[in-house]
Design a protein around this ligand. Structure first.
Ligand code: ZN
Length: 238
């Protein structure tokens, strides 16, 4: 009476253990996969397209310009900047996207980044890091403090430029997709102001005030980023 009820349980536990072991093994074998030619083309088109080409600002020593985004687009097409999908990225880097300044590689957790506004914003974010890295070879700055905030401002400015990201109802911008209302944070406030300035003056880049730089840096710290020196070494030099 005792055994029949226990044995299957033991077997079940053993099988579960085996399954887990197989799962762990298959997970650890998931190698990053390089993006397809179509993905590279789509990424390059995004960066040379109208929503990104209206983004341009100066943040102390850092300058994000439409031209720098075009440089990244060219670098993607020539594979000087390469893109990989790594399902383990969240575990490894605690991020859905990363840019490595040394190897000039952009990594995403999955290949569906362009399916959502959030994913596309991540693509803009990582391209901004590459754009800053690229600008070094033009401007010849040996080193610069990494401005994580610049990447966040660029992705939020993109969100504002991309009208498919939201619907205007009675003058209010309602975000399309799972989150209602546009992203509301320090970066969005800055992006709204910079976009308005750019449209008024018709000129890029727009210069951030000291107060905006301070609030972007505070927000970056609140997001858990540690400040560190970022040695930008240009693209394609690794
Ligand atoms: Zn970043």
């Amino acid at each position: 009476m005792y055994w029949p009820s226990v044995r299957p349980n033991k077997l079940a536990i053993f099988l579960t253990y085996l399954e887990n072991a197989v799962l762990v093994q298959s997970n650890s074998k998931t190698d990053p996969v390089e993006a397809s030619a179509e993905f590279y083309q789509r990424y390059a088109s995004l960066l040379t397209g109208p929503h990104v080409q209206k983004i341009g600002f100066k943040m102390r020593g850092v300058e994000v310009t439409p031209m720098a985004f075009r440089l990244v687009a060219t670098a993607l097409q020539s594979r000087r900047v390469r893109v990989f999908f790594d399902p383990d990225l969240l575990k490894k880097a605690k991020a859905v996207g990363t840019y490595s300044d040394g190897s000039d590689k952009i990594r995403f957790k999955s290949a569906d980044v362009f399916n959502t506004i959030e994913g596309t914003k991540t693509a803009i974010h990582e391209a901004t890091h590459a754009a800053l890295d690229a600008s070094v070879s033009c401007v010849k700055i040996a080193s610069s403090k990494r401005e994580e905030g610049a990447a966040f401002i660029a992705e939020h400015w993109y969100e504002l430029n991309n009208s498919s990201a939201y619907t205007v109802v009675n003058g209010l911008k309602i975000r399309n997709g799972p989150v209602s209302g546009l992203s509301s944070n320090a970066f969005m406030d800055i992006a709204v102001d910079l976009k308005a300035q750019a449209e008024k003056s018709g000129k890029l880049p727009v210069v951030l005030t000291d107060e905006q730089i301070r609030s972007a840096r505070v927000a970056v710290t609140e997001y858990g980023y540690k400040s560190r020196l970022f040695w930008q070494n240009g693209l394609g030099k690794s």
